[in-house]
Design a protein around this ligand. Structure first.
Ligand SMILES: [Zn+2]
Length: 365
């Protein structure tokens, strides 16, 4: 009996400590520049480099295994807890003890996630770091932006792009790494030492969720869905590496991948970036005005259309019922299925792309 009450006290104490740390962390998030200096370019820079150095030595995505073991452990623990509550003479006390343990564990998991990467969500956005305005676009702006991207795609010699299009994992990593270094941004993250990008062990699973890759903050590994059509791979690698480089938000990772790609000396990276951007812009246009989307889509070059269809076919083949729960732009071209998160994240990346190219667009009347 004594032992039990002691353990309960310990759990309550742990809970209070964890809650205080969580409150402090969330308070700190109100100071983006402090986060940038102390965390992103301080602790996170060294911590993520160390994680990549250690886990990058392992040739497969060990983070995928961690997650699998973690899920099995979680299910086992829930069953064990239910069993011990049923068996216990004092069900109420046992229930409280087990419940507290579960809450503490969840809080600890949340804090480790935050400390190992998640705090980066609170960094200042591109308004300040890249001096980019965040003006909203109208339908006419989207059409002009699509025209501009089509013109840029037309300038790329597609026969060379096809020859450079590869599936080779280490070359894709090297290309993305040098593309970021090429940007010569005054940002220590873009030096990106010790790359750790791996084909996900569950690429089929990722495809069923409509995912192109994901970042594992616990091992610092970027995992890429290796089944994706080759046209999307350079952009996807760059996007996942941008997550590793502290660009936690989806729109920011995509925009970093976009500028790294369009400034790349490699035509395959360049085309992949414009391809992704035009997809985003067309998707936005489709949501606003499907008829206008069709008109602009008809203006895209033949090669773009064939790549666009290849990607669409890929998602059609791999999608499952899970797909409907994830936002996906390809699927949304086929059916109007507006989902909050997807709409927001795409819209934000289009805002950055629009503001980046605003000076190249026809002046507003
Ligand atoms: Zn992402």
């Amino acid at each position: 009996m004594r032992k039990k009450s002691f353990s309960l006290e310990k759990s309550v104490f742990k809970l209070i400590v964890l809650i205080i740390i969580a409150i402090l962390l969330n308070w700190l998030k109100h100071y983006p520049f402090l986060i940038e200096n102390l965390y992103t370019n301080g602790f996170y820079l060294y911590w993520s480099t160390l994680l990549r150095f250690v886990f990058g030595q392992i040739p497969f995505a060990i983070g995928d295994l961690f997650y699998a073991v973690f899920i099995i452990f979680l299910i086992y623990s829930v069953f064990k807890s239910i069993k011990s509550i049923i068996k216990s003479r004092n069900k109420g006390a046992e229930g409280i003890k087990r419940g507290l343990k579960f809450i503490n564990f969840t809080l600890l998991f949340y804090l480790i996630f935050q400390l190992s990467w998640g705090i980066n969500y609170a960094r200042p956005n591109f308004n300040s770091t890249l001096n980019l305005s965040a003006d909203y676009y109208e339908k006419a702006d989207l059409i002009n932006l699509a025209d501009l991207l089509i013109a840029k795609i037309n300038k790329i010699d597609y026969s060379k792009v096809k020859g450079l299009r590869i599936n080779d994992h280490s070359t894709l990593i090297k290309n993305a790494q040098s593309d970021f270094q090429n940007l010569k941004l005054n940002n220590p993250q873009t030096k990106y030492l010790f790359p750790s990008v791996k084909p996900s062990l569950s690429s089929i699973g990722l495809s069923k969720f409509g995912l192109e890759g994901y970042y594992n903050p616990f091992t610092g590994e970027a995992n890429v869905n290796r089944l994706l059509p080759a046209v999307t791979l350079p952009f996807t690698y760059a996007h996942e590496i941008a997550h590793q480089m502290s660009f936690a938000r989806e729109d920011e990772a995509s925009f970093m991948a976009y500028i790294a790609g369009i400034k790349s000396n490699n035509l395959s990276s360049k085309y992949s970036a414009y391809f992704a951007a035009l997809n985003y812009v067309l998707f936005e246009l489709y949501k606003i005005d499907p008829k206008q989307f069709q008109e602009v889509y008809n203006l895209t070059p033949h090669n773009f259309k064939s790549d666009f269809n290849e990607e669409r076919t890929f998602w059609k083949q791999h999608r499952s019922f899970l797909f409907d729960y994830m936002s996906s732009m390809i699927d949304s071209f086929l059916k109007v299925n507006q989902q909050e998160t997807g709409i927001l994240s795409y819209r934000e990346v289009v805002i950055w792309i629009y503001n980046y190219h605003k000076n190249e667009l026809p002046a507003k009347r």
